[in-house]
Design a protein around this ligand. Structure first.
Ligand code: FES
Length: 170
């Protein structure tokens, strides 16, 4: 190969590199522009969800892992408590006592059949979801339930909270 041919090949090689860099830069600019056309939306799970035919609820605790939600049934009353720890969002454990137990919590004697304990950093919630130990800044939210008139199924609305003594009669 002559010197002239070697120089020509080198020139061609450098041109190709230049083209590659140019196309890469253009591609990056175009990709950035295309991405800017899509809004930054966080797709959250729906807040209002259908749960179950209330006839199929067990007496006591019913857990819906896909919604991280406890639904309790006592006689003809039902209510819903979130299973999401209010510290950093771990799922709390349901801790049943098997009987009514009197406990002194925050200076008051209360009777409980269960509690909620967070396995992550030790927050503890009473049977009603009130926080009494650990780093969680607030209690577990209670959500309203209703019966969907079209299907007869229980529906929970997790977009709003209700007081802890709120009950739905079924
Ligand atoms: S996430 Fe429950 S105590 Fe930290």
């Amino acid at each position: 190969m002559t010197d002239k041919e070697i120089k020509s090949k080198r020139r061609e090689f450098l041109k190709n590199i230049g083209r590659l860099v140019g196309y890469g830069t253009l591609g990056g600019v175009f990709a950035g522009f295309a991405r800017s056309l899509w809004p930054n939306i966080l797709y959250e799970p729906p807040k209002r969800v259908r749960l179950i035919d209330p006839k199929n609820l067990a007496e006591g605790m019913n857990y819906f892992p896909e919604h991280r939600l406890f639904v309790f049934k006592k006689g003809n009353e039902v209510w819903a408590i979130s299973a999401i720890c209010q510290h950093l969002g771990c799922t709390v454990n349901f801790v049943p006592f098997g009987q009514k137990v009197k406990k002194k919590i925050l200076g008051k004697i209360i009777e409980e059949e269960w509690e909620f304990h967070c396995p992550c950093h030790g927050s503890k919630y009473t049977q009603d979801g009130d926080i009494y130990a650990g780093p969680a800044p607030r209690g577990l939210p209670h959500y309203p339930l209703e019966i969907d008139p079209a299907t007869g199924f229980l529906v929970v609305d997790m977009s709003r909270e209700v007081k802890k003594d709120w009950r739905l009669k079924v």
